[in-house]
Ligand binder design. Structure first.
Ligand code: NAI
Ligand code: MG
Length: 489
């Protein structure tokens, strides 16, 4: 099925309701990271293509799309949800082929991702302002209306293209905004395929545009475009900072979902058998390429050695392979650059004196030739100041550290510039609750990890960004409030 889907064909981008190449005619190659095989090409867009897309989004915003009532927008979102559901398996195969996440996981996101579309469909008809009692005069009526911010620029990374696209597009449609989405050059195929489904659902031209290209050539022009009102970005902290700077001249509204170095705290009364697979997959799930990776593992000293032993055994039991193999637990890393970056981190851990208990090398075997595979690595004896304990690795590497008191665990867990997420394992909910209150993180999971729901806000603190995605708060970021005064005398 996969080979039949992508055989090196050109996949155009989507501007103003049309499938188009880049104006320059240039293309970028799209690669299967598990085999190194070229699977497609996409337009290599530049600033002039971004201009066209933003102009189309502006025309749609001022024109046809502004005539759509909340109920009309809800209907469109529900039709898109139905089409995404109908084509789910194909979208998952495309995503797995493009960026390597094992098919069991891409398929497994179905409820959540389609749920997002239906959640925002519901929100479309729940938008409202307030009636406010003013103290200026009883003959004056005051109320607020909520209005779409306008043209939204969305820039997403490679690691979850389907969910990330929908998390940007659905709230834009629910609120009446229009959008120009720039996918990662490493995983553009699903965002392009989604535009076809959106067109089939009856979305007017220009409401959703997808421009493919590199960060420098297509992302940066979008981030600084004077006619873009808001930027939503998911990706690295460094790029998030560049985007925030680019938005200063035109004072864009900005939502940033950035990197992390999230702590996973295993208390001495934890249910170890339950905690092992969760702590392992909190990092290894997408070979570590997850913003919320629980990559700093704090384990109570009483259970530390046993925990690391069992965690390493678990890591060794994970099946590495092509993401399209249904038995694969761990797929490839996205590209050769990312793989050698992770290898450099592993080398730095060893050089700084941490103990590599398992993994961190390339798996042997012909089936791994051409792919970007690494065996899952568990480091023990990690010091808080080591690079592998401080920086976002974005690879299958766990850095484990013992702790003696809960107070110390929380203090060390918070001693990071990041604040995206955190995990706590304890059988005592009162202990867990006290730690939840103290952890400086946007999401905290207790005796579990990873759960994300369309109705539950998600987003980071500190250098992990600002603004929430998910929940009702998400829509606030796509809306302006207008205050209206009417003299009735
Ligand atoms: P990135 O953050 O640079 O790329 C994310 C998106 O931003 C891509 O679509 C890219 O084309 C675009 N982009 C890049 N530079 C831009 C600019 N100046 N203006 C506008 N858009 C721009 O991440 P990249 O290069 O894919 O990976 C580098 C590192 O970032 C990884 O090794 C990892 O550590 C981290 N990362 C973290 C993510 C997270 O969710 N926490 C996601 C992706 C990467
Ligand atoms: Mg790819």
């Amino acid at each position: 099925m996969a080979d039949a889907l992508y055989t090196g064909q050109f996949c155009p981008m989507f501007i103003d309701g049309k499938q188009v190449p880049a104006q320059s005619g240039e293309v970028l190659g799209v690669t299967d990271p598990a085999s190194g095989r070229s699977i497609a090409t996409v337009p290599r867009a530049g600033a002039s293509d971004v201009d066209l897309a933003v102009a189309a989004a502006r025309r749609a915003f001022e024109g046809p799309w502004s005539k759509f009532t909340p109920y009309d927008r809800q209907e469109i979102l529900l039709r898109i949800a139905d089409l995404v559901e109908k084509n789910w398996d194909e979208l998952c195969v495309t995503d797995t082929l493009d960026m390597g996440l094992p098919i069991s996981r891409t398929l497994g996101n179905k409820r959540r991702v389609i749920g997002m579309l239906r959640f925002y469909a519901g929100q479309a008809t729940a938008l409202h302002g307030d009636y406010i009692e003013n103290s200026v005069s009883q003959s004056m009526i005051t109320f607020t209306t909520r209005e779409p911010v306008g043209v939204v620029g969305a820039i997403i990374p490679w690691n979850a293209p389907t969910a990330a696209s929908i998390w940007k597009i659905a709230p834009a449609l629910a609120t009446g905004c229009t959008i120009v989405l720039k996918p990662s050059e490493d995983a553009p195929l699903v965002p392009l395929r989604l535009t076809q489904l959106m067109q089939d659902a009856g979305l007017p031209d220009g409401v959703v545009n997808v421009v493919t290209g590199t960060g420098a050539e297509a992302g940066a022009p979008l981030a600084q475009h004077p006619d873009v009102n808001k930027i939503v970005f998911t990706g690295s902290t460094a790029t998030g900072q560049a985007i925030a700077r680019a938005g200063v001249d035109t004072l864009k509204r900005i939502t940033l979902e950035l990197g992390g170095k999230s702590p996973m705290i295993i208390c001495k009364d934890a249910d170890i058998a339950k905690a092992i697979p969760v702590a392992a997959m909190a990092v290894f799930a997408h070979s570590g390429q997850i913003c919320i990776a629980g990559s700093r593992l704090f384990v109570a000293r009483e259970i530390h050695d046993e925990f690391l032993h069992r965690l390493s055994e678990y890591a060794q039991s994970l099946k590495i392979g092509h993401g399209l193999d249904p038995d694969t637990d761990l797929g490839p890393l996205i590209n050769a650059r990312q793989t050698s970056k992770v290898e450099d981190y592993i080398a730095s851990g060893e050089a700084e004196g941490a103990k590599l208990i398992t993994g961190g090398d390339r798996p042997a075997g012909a089936e791994f030739d051409g792919g970007n595979f690494l065996r899952p690595a568990v480091f023990g004896g990690v010091g808080d100041d080591m690079k592998i304990a401080r920086e976002e690795i974005f690879g299958p590497v766990i850095s484990a550290m013992p702790f003696d008191t809960l107070d110390e665990a929380v203090t060390r867990a918070n001693a990071t510039p990041y604040g995206l997420a955190g995990g706590i394992f304890s059988r005592d909910l009162s202990t867990a609750h006290k730690m939840v209150k103290r952890l400086k993180a946007g999401s905290v999971w207790v005796n579990m990890y990873h759960a994300i729901d369309p109705a539950v806000p998600f987003g980071g603190l500190k250098m992990s960004g600002y603004g929430k995605e998910g929940g009702v708060e998400h829509l606030d970021a796509y809306l302006d409030t207008k205050s209206v005064w009417i003299q009735t005398d």
